[in-house]
Ligand binder design. Structure first.
Ligand SMILES: Nc1ncnc2c1ncn2[C@@H]1O[C@H](COP(=O)(O)OP(=O)(O)O)[C@@H](O)[C@H]1O
Ligand code: SF4
Ligand SMILES: [Mg+2]
Length: 377
C-alpha cells in the first residue's frame, strides 16, 4: 500500500485514490471513458422515489433516481452517509417494509417490473437475479447455521440443484473466493471465520446463483485496506467470468477510480452527477462532487491537514427545500433559480450528467484532483 492515511472510514466523505487497485479487464460493454455503454441494460431504474412515514411527517429519502446498469459493467454509487444509497438499493430487492416505506417509480430487471411485484416474484428475484453483499456479514449471515448450508440454500431453491451438486458448487465457489480447505469449512459457523473470510463467504453466497446484478453495499468499509483491495479484485475476476453487472456502493470517492467504469454521485436522495470515472475526476461539474474531490487526501501525504471538507449538513428529509438540495452548502450558488428551482439532471458531455445550474461555468475551473497533484489509477 502507499502508506497514506485516510483510506479507512473515518466517518467523513474522504478517501484515497489508490494506485494499487488497478482495474481488472472486466467484460465491459464499452463504457469506460467513451460514454454510456451500448447494448440493452439489464436494470432500468426510472424516477425511483422512496419515502417513509415518520412521527415528524413523510421523510423523502429517495427523490427521483434514474439510471441503467449494463451487463458486465461496474457502477459506483457514491455519497455521504444518509444520502439514500442503501434505501434506493434495498428498494430494488423489495426489502423495504411497506409501510412505513412507500416506493414509487419504475424498476425493470430484464424487462420485469419490480415495483408493485408480488412477494413471490420478489423472493425469486432476490439471490437469484439480484444479489446483495452488505457491509457487515455478521448481520446478514445466520450465526447458528453452518456456512455450507448458507451457501447452498439459494442454489437449491433457485437453481434446483441436488444436495450433492450444491455442495460441489459451494466448494468451488469458496475455493474461488479464497477460503482455504473449503470442504473442511462447510460445517463451520460464521463466528469461526475472520472478518475478511466472512466477507468472502458473503461474496460466495452473493454469486452462488450467477446473479444478473450484484449490489455491493460498502462491503469493504470495515476491513483492512489490503483485504479491501483483495475483495475488489476478487469481485472483478468473478465478474469477468459471469458478466454480472455490479452496483458498488461507497461513501468513499477515493476508492471508485480503481473499481468502477461509471460513477453516480448521490446527494439528498438524488443523483446529482453521473459520469465515466475519468470524466468525473477530470471534469467534475457539480459543486458537491468538487467538494468531495477537494477533500480527498493527496497521495503520499501522511496527515489530513489542509483538506477541505464540505461545511454544513444535508437537508432534513422531512423538510426538503424547494430549490436545489445542495443550496445551503453551496459556495457558488449565484444563480437566482438555485434557491427556488430544483436543477434537472442534464447531459453535459458523453455519458456525463449533472444537476446544477452551474454546470457550464464549472467546466472552466481546473480539476481539484488533477491540479492538486492527486493521482488516480
Ligand atoms: N425505516 C426508516 N424510516 C425513516 N427513515 C429512514 C428509514 N430507513 C432509512 N431512513 C432514512 O433514509 C435516509 C437514507 O438512508 P440510507 O439509504 O441508509 O443512507 P446511506 O446508505 O446513503 O448512508 C437516512 O436519512 C435515514 O435516516
Ligand atoms: S444549482 Fe445552484 S445551489 Fe445547486 S449546486 Fe448548482 S450552483 Fe449550487
Ligand atoms: Mg448505507
Amino acid at each position: 500500500m502507499n502508506g497514506s492515511t485516510g483510506a479507512r472510514d473515518d466517518g467523513r466523505d474522504r478517501g484515497l485514490p489508490r494506485q494499487d487497485a488497478t482495474r481488472a479487464p472486466i467484460a465491459s460493454t464499452g463504457g469506460g471513458t467513451a460514454g454510456r455503454p451500448s447494448g440493452d441494460p439489464v436494470l432500468e431504474v426510472e424516477d425511483l422515489r422512496v419515502s417513509f412515514g415518520t412521527r415528524r411527517g413523510r421523510a423523502e429519502v429517495v427523490n427521483g433516481v434514474t439510471y441503467d446498469l449494463h451487463p458486465g459493467e461496474t457502477v459506483a454509487l457514491v455519497g455521504e452517509s444518509g444520502s439514500g444509497k442503501s434505501v434506493s438499493s434495498l428498494a430494488l430487492l423489495g426489502l423495504l417494509p411497506t409501510p412505513p416505506a412507500r416506493v414509487e417509480g419504475s424498476i425493470r430487471l430484464e424487462g420485469q417490473q419490480l415495483v408493485g411485484a408480488s412477494d413471490d416474484a420478489l423472493r425469486n428475484v432476490r439471490g437469484n437475479d439480484i444479489a446483495m453483499i452488505f457491509q457487515d456479514p455478521m448481520t446478514s449471515l445466520n450465526p447458528v447455521m453452518p456456512i455450507g448450508r448458507q451457501v447452498t440454500e439459494g442454489m437449491r431453491l433457485h437453481l434446483g440443484l441436488s444436495a450433492k451438486e450444491a455442495r460441489d458448487r459451494a466448494v468451488d465457489l469458496l475455493t474461488r473466493v479464497g477460503i482455504p480447505s473449503p470442504e473442511k469449512r462447510l460445517e463451520d459457523y460464521p463466528h469461526q471465520f475472520s472478518g475478511g473470510m466472512r466477507q468472502r463467504v458473503m461474496i460466495a453466497i452473493g454469486l452462488a446463483c450467477d446473479p444478473t446484478v450484484l449490489i455491493a453495499d460498502e462491503p469493504t468499509t470495515a476491513l483492512d485496506v489490503t483485504i479491501q483491495a483483495q475483495i475488489v479484485e476478487l469481485v472483478q475476476q468473478l465478474q469477468a467470468d459471469t458478466g454480472t453487472a455490479v452496483l458498488w456502493i461507497t461513501h468513499d470517492l477515493g476508492v471508485v477510480a480503481g473499481l468502477a467504469d461509471r460513477v453516480m454521485v448521490m446527494y439528498a436522495g438524488r443523483i446529482v452527477e453521473e459520469a465515466p470515472v475519468d470524466a468525473l475526476y477530470d471534469d467534475p461539474r457539480h459543486p458537491y462532487t468538487r467538494g468531495l474531490l477537494a477533500s480527498l487526501p493527496v497521495l503520499g501525504e501522511t496527515t489530513d491537514e489542509g483538506l477541505e471538507s464540505i461545511p454544513g449538513l444535508p437537508p432534513d428529509p422531512v423538510a426538503m427545500p424547494p430549490g436545489c438540495p445542495f443550496w445551503p452548502r453551496c459556495t457558488v450558488r449565484d444563480d437566482p433559480r438555485c434557491e427556488h428551482e430544483a436543477p434537472p439532471l442534464l447531459e453535459v458531455g458523453p455519458g456525463h450528467r449533472a444537476a446544477t445550474f452551474y454546470a457550464e461555468a464549472m467546466a472552466e475551473l481546473p480539476s481539484p484532483v488533477r491540479d492538486a497533484g492527486v493521482e488516480t489509477p
